[in-house]
Design a protein around this ligand. Structure first.
Ligand code: AQP
Length: 346
């Protein structure tokens, strides 16, 4: 992370987003949503369903609509309160797209060429990937900077994109902010908040790959909307090794799958891997896994019940999104107007 302190002295503001693509999984919950909920009492926050990011890869329009509502309901079912925080979908606030264009003209090709997520997602078919997939991190920078957000709670996989957002903010400040007195630190350099053992949840089948929506096998992840039997089965079948759990974190060295299950337990119970191993060290996986099943169900089942209730009232969800978009635009529009002024638009 670029640790240069930002001289920006505006208010603290949190922004984060989740894509409405497929089922949200335990990684999205522990790496992102759970932290949003924790922060909402202490920080002014905007939480965004980033539908414009979603279409960087083709989405069936009907499924996309359903997914936007589902992610909204999952946020609320997880405890995000649309009165305390601003909850909205990205495409409803035009400042994201407008600022993204301006920032496209600030970001450098060389910076984007280094983004590992594009390389992973485009794979061997780089020539066939959408321009949007390549420019995705610039839109993400616009999402954050449109609100002059100072803190961005995300999973570890988004760290590189956050660093790019800081570079873009700094270059905008240098190129345009510096031209007007008092605007030298026009944009804050947003800080990633990558927290705790939930920051990198790995696949249940391969401890070297992150848990991901786009992985073809559903057995690699726990979806937030999986039923109890499915969750139990996925954890039972999660890959492990033959040794018992160690009593200290050092004993997880070279045991990626064991480390992942211990990390999931720690993140779900708000403790640390050390504390989990203090208590569970010496247990066989056949003894540890049922405990992990119980804990996972104790967290996800109540969320699932609330989710089902909320989804029965799609109109209410749309109203919440519209209200959030209005409140988001009230913050972003004046910032965008200043950006346009700095850039020299009439
Ligand atoms: N495995 C993970 N562990 C911890 N955090 C994770 N996040 C994603 N996967 C993990 C965090 O969830 C937030 C929302 O992610 P997203 O849906 O916007 O995009 P993503 O990172 O592309 O999610 P996926 O599941 O990995 O999708 P695909 O398969 O399409 O790449 C982010 O804060 C992210 O860090």
């Amino acid at each position: 992370m670029n640790d240069t302190p930002s001289a920006y002295n505006g208010p603290t503001r949190v922004f984060s987003g989740v894509q409405p693509t497929g089922n949200l999984h335990l990684g999205n919950y522990l790496g992102a949503i759970k932290n949003f909920v924790k922060m909402q009492d202490t920080h002014a926050g905007l939480y965004c369903i980033v539908d414009m990011h979603a279409i960087t890869v083709f989405q069936d329009p009907k499924e996309l609509k359903a997914s936007i509502r589902e992610v909204t309901a999952l946020f609320m079912a997880s405890g995000l309160d649309p009165k305390k925080s601003i909850l909205f979908n990205q495409s409803k606030v035009s400042a994201h797209a407008e600022l993204a264009w301006i920032l496209n003209c600030v970001a450098r090709m060389g910076w984007l060429n280094r983004m590992t997520q594009f390389k992973e997602k485009a794979g061997k078919h780089k020539e066939n990937a959408s321009v949007g997939l390549f420019a995705y991190p610039v839109l993400m920078a616009a999402d954050i900077l449109a609100y002059r957000a100072t803190h961005v709670p995300v999973g570890d996989d988004q760290k590189q994109h956050l660093e790019l957002a800081r570079d873009i903010a700094q270059k905008f400040n240098n190129d345009y902010g510096a031209l007007k007195q008092g605007c030298e630190n026009f944009f804050p350099l947003p800080d990633p908040l990558i927290q705790g053992p939930g920051a990198r949840i790995m696949s249940l089948r391969d401890g070297s790959k992150k848990m991901s929506k786009s992985e073809t096998s559903d057995m690699t992840r726990i979806n937030m909307t999986d039923d109890a039997d499915t969750i139990a089965q996925k954890i039972r079948k999660a890959r492990t090794d033959p040794d018992p759990l160690p009593s200290e974190v050092g004993g997880l060295e070279g045991r990626a799958e064991a480390r992942n299950l211990v990390g999931i337990y720690a993140a779900l119970s708000d403790t640390t891997a050390e504390e989990v191993l203090n208590e569970m060290g010496g247990l066989q996986f056949s003894e540890f896994k049922p405990k992990l099943v119980d804990l996972t169900l104790s967290v996800l089942e109540p969320i699932n019940h609330r989710f089902v209730e909320l989804m029965n009232n799609a109109e209410e969800i749309d109203l919440i999104l519209a209200d959030g978009a209005g409140r988001a635009a009230e913050i972003a529009d004046p910032i965008l107007a200043e950006v346009k002024e700095l850039v020299g638009f009439v």
